[in-house]
Design a protein around this ligand. Structure first.
Ligand code: CP
Length: 299
């Protein structure tokens, strides 16, 4: 059977994504109860990180351990890749030694190149283009609290970057409506936007937030945009999420942020602690969804 990769939400069929979220729920119940099941005993994951990570890395590393397997974390500069070993050579070598690779890189093309050369599954742990793992946790969190996300309306407010792109893909795959409000010059990739009828651009944060079931944002200057923070603070000023903006959404609406957050920028000082915010549950669900993903790709 051909190996499967998870580089984008579009790599899986909608029913496979729903199965993953369902399996994550089962794994969460097991995590809170009997942890003796070790379906990945004897399996090893290599995790290549070119960029910082807390949630993604801990979720995969703890996840492999809880499932009975082992994870090796490799910061790119510690490997021969950091000294110029070609990506495709590294992919062929790791394919001889481990069962799965988790990769966080700046350039999305690097993950694609690695996956094409590897004979084992490769997971995109975030690139400048996409962050598909985060969306699994976001959908699990919404569905735990509010039921199926299909048919619901979501607002993405802020930088039209990797999180926004993955929300566009998620809107297509799970069948929800997405309203996006970003400043001019920071709107999502037009090709990704045009890939679905479920996502639309609106002008203001208030217009996006109006009557939605879920409101989402991300930092204004993601990794790779260091040095642009001051400019972006001025450009994005009217796109901050605060309680007043959340009041435009439905009364039962939820607020999510993939974290880390910058209080005083894309969120005010208090909204992460608002009762409508579910950011800690969302972060915790990274563990369960990523375990479900590892199991899906390895079994
Ligand atoms: N949300 C997210 O991917 O967090 P980390 O960068 O800490 O992994």
């Amino acid at each position: 059977m051909a190996k499967r990769d998870f580089l984008s939400l579009l790599d899986f069929a909608p029913e496979e994504l729903s199965q993953l979220v369902e399996r994550a729920g089962t794994l969460k119940r097991k995590f809170l109860g009997d942890r003796s099941d070790q379906p990945l005993k004897g399996h090893t994951a290599a995790m290549l990180f070119q960029l910082n990570s807390t949630r993604t890395r801990v979720a995969f590393e703890a996840g492999m351990s809880q499932l009975g397997g082992h994870a090796i974390v490799l910061n790119s500069e510690d490997t021969q890749m950091g000294r110029g070993e070609p990506i495709s050579d590294m992919a062929k070598v790791l394919s001889e030694m481990v069962d799965i690779v988790v990769m966080r890189t700046i350039k999305h093309a690097d993950v694609i190149e690695f996956a094409e050369a590897a004979s084992i599954p490769v997971i995109n742990a975030m690139t400048s283009l996409l962050h598909p793992c985060q969306l699994l946790a976001d959908v699990q969190t919404f569905e735990e609290l509010r039921g199926p996300i299909q048919g619901k309306t979501v607002a993405f407010i802020g930088d039209g970057y990797n999180m926004c792109h993955s929300y566009i893909n998620a809107a297509h795959q799970w069948g929800f409506n997405l309203k996006i409000a970003s400043p001019e010059g920071y709107r999502p990739d037009p090709q990704i936007l045009a890939s679905t009828n479920n996502a639309t651009l609106v002008e203001t944060a208030e217009e996006a937030a109006e009557n939605v079931d879920l409101l989402v944002t991300d930092v204004w200057a993601s990794m790779g945009h260091e040095g642009e923070e001051a400019d972006r603070r001025a450009i994005f000023a009217s796109f901050q999420v605060n309680e007043a903006l959340l009041d435009h959404a439905k009364t039962e609406a939820l607020f999510m942020h993939c974290l880390p957050a910058k209080r005083g920028e894309e969120v005010n000082e208090t909204v992460l602690d608002d009762p409508r915010s579910v950011v800690w549950q969302e972060a915790g669900n990274r563990l369960h969804t990523q375990k479900a993903l590892l199991q899906f790709l390895l079994e």
